[in-house]
Design a binder for this molecule. Structure first.
Ligand code: GAL
Length: 390
C-alpha cells in the first residue's frame, strides 16, 4: 500500500555527501562541490545513456516519454509525430513508443522510459485501468504524467489531461443522424427509421463519453418510436467494439443485418470512429447496400482519417468528427512544458474528469463535424493537401 502523496524530486548532488561532512562544509566549498558533482553526474549520464540528457538542476533538455497505443490508426501516428516535433522545438528530447494495442507492451515501454530517466510521460492509454502500478513507480521517481486524449483511471498520479470534449463528439454524431434523417422536422412526425448502434472499446474511458453524448440526443427518438433499433442492442455493453477494431465491427454488422434485416433496411448506423465505420460499410456493401436503388445508410465516424474522408467524398461514409491532432499535441506540449518548469498549465475544465482517484484538471478542445459539404475545411486548415483528398 502506497502512502506517499508528494513527488520525490531528483536527488540534489550534495545529497550524496555524508551528513557529518556536509555540516562541516563552508558555502564556497559547497558551491564548488556542487559544480563538480553536477559535472560528474552529467558525465555519468552521458556515458551510461549515450548522450547528454538533462541538467540535474532543471528539466531543460530533458527527455519526454511519449507512449501511444497503436500504429494501426493514422491518427496516433500523427499524434506521436506532432508531439515529438513540438517538444523538440521547445528544446526537449523525445522517446516515442507505440504499444501495438497490447497492454503489456505499453506497460513495459513506460517502465523503460522511467528507467532511462525520462522526466515527463505523455500517455494515450491502451487500457485506462492498467497503469496504476507503473505510474506509482513513475511518481516515486518524481516523473510527471499527462494523460493524452484518453483519461488514465484509478491512479492519483496523473497530473493533467489533454483531450477533446468527448461528450460533444457523441452529441455531434447523434445530432448528425437526426439532421440527416430530418427527424426534427414536424412533417416527419409519423415516420420511423431503423438504426443500429456501435460503441468503442470497453477499456477506453472515452467510449462512455461518446456513447452518452450520442444517447442524450438519440434516446428521445427511441422513446417516441421514430428511431427503432431492430436488433434491440441498445445497451453500451452490447455495442462495444474491442480495440476499436474495424474487422470486429464488420463481423457484428454482418450479423446484425443477417438476423434483423431480412426485407427491411437500416437507415442509420451510429459509429464512434472511422475505423469502425469502414468495417460497417464493408458489411453493408456485401449485403447489397450502395448499389442502385439500395442506398447506404447514414454512417457517422470520428478522427477524419484519410480513408474515411475519401469515403465521404465518394458518398459512402456520411460524416466524421475532425479532431485536429496538431492542436491536441500543442496542448500536451504546453502542459508538459509548464509542469517541467514548475508552472501551472492552462486548463479549461476542472469538474468533469474524475478518474476514480482524483479530479484531473483538463484542457478540452472543440471537435468539429465534417461531411461532404465541408471537407474543404481539412484543406483550409492544412490538415490534408488538396491532392491527398483527390
Ligand atoms: C479514442 C479516441 C478517438 C479514436 C479512438 C480509436 O480514444 O478519442 O478519437 O481515435 O480512440 O483510436
Amino acid at each position: 500500500m502506497r502512502t506517499r502523496t508528494t513527488p520525490t524530486p531528483p536527488p540534489h548532488p550534495a545529497a550524496s555527501v555524508p551528513r557529518s561532512r556536509r555540516a562541516l562544509l563552508r558555502p564556497a566549498a559547497v558551491a564548488a562541490l556542487s559544480v563538480l558533482l553536477a559535472a560528474s553526474v552529467t558525465a555519468c549520464g552521458q556515458e551510461a545513456k549515450g548522450g547528454s540528457r538533462y541538467h540535474p538542476a532543471s528539466n531543460k533538455g530533458a527527455t519526454i516519454g511519449i507512449a501511444m497505443p497503436t500504429k494501426a490508426s493514422e491518427r496516433w501516428i500523427a499524434d506521436g509525430q506532432n508531439m515529438a516535433k513540438q517538444f523538440q522545438k521547445a528544446g526537449y528530447k523525445t522517446d516515442l513508443q507505440y504499444g501495438d494495442n497490447q497492454v503489456d507492451n505499453q506497460v513495459a515501454q513506460i517502465e523503460n522510459m522511467i528507467t532511462k530517466g525520462d522526466r515527463l510521460l505523455v500517455i494515450a492509454a491502451i487500457d485506462g485501468r492498467a497503469l496504476t502500478d507503473v505510474l506509482a513507480h513513475a511518481h516515486d521517481q518524481g516523473i510527471h504524467v499527462i494523460s493524452y486524449d484518453r483519461l488514465i483511471l484509478g491512479t492519483p498520479y496523473v497530473d493533467y489531461y489533454a483531450s477533446f470534449d468527448n461528450e460533444r463528439v457523441g452529441k455531434l454524431q447523434g445530432q448528425y443522424i437526426l439532421d440527416k434523417l430530418g427527424l426534427e422536422k414536424p412533417e416527419k412526425g409519423g415516420k420511423s427509421y431503423n438504426i443500429e448502434l456501435f460503441a468503442g472499446s470497453s477499456d477506453d474511458n472515452n467510449t462512455k463519453y461518446f456513447w452518452s453524448g450520442a444517447m442524450k440526443v438519440l434516446k428521445p427518438y427511441f422513446d417516441t418510436g421514430q428511431l427503432v433499433v431492430r436488433s434491440h442492442q441498445t445497451a453500451m455493453n452490447q455495442a462495444f467494439t474491442q480495440q476499436w477494431d474495424g474487422g470486429t465491427a464488420q463481423k457484428r454488422m454482418d450479423d446484425l443485418l443477417t438476423k434483423n434485416y431480412g426485407t427491411d433496411t437500416v437507415d442509420a448506423v451510429l459509429s464512434p470512429y472511422d475505423g469502425i465505420s469502414i468495417g460497417v460499410l464493408s458489411a453493408l456493401k456485401s449485403a447489397g447496400y450502395g448499389s442502385k436503388g439500395h442506398p447506404l445508410p447514414v454512417v457517422t465516424g470520428q478522427d477524419a482519417e484519410l480513408a474515411s474522408v475519401k469515403s465521404i467524398i465518394r458518398g459512402e461514409q456520411t460524416q466524421t468528427i475532425f479532431k485536429d491532432t496538431r492542436k491536441l499535441a500543442a496542448q500536451a506540449v504546453q502542459m508538459g512544458n509548464a509542469v517541467l518548469n514548475d508552472k501551472k498549465p492552462e486548463v479549461n475544465n476542472t469538474t468533469d474528469y474524475n478518474n476514480g482517484k482524483r479530479l484531473v484538471p483538463a484542457y478540452l478542445l472543440n471537435p468539429v463535424s465534417v461531411d461532404k459539404s465541408n471537407t474543404h475545411l481539412l484543406v483550409d486548415e492544412g490538415y490534408y493537401t488538396k491532392k491527398q483528398l483527390s
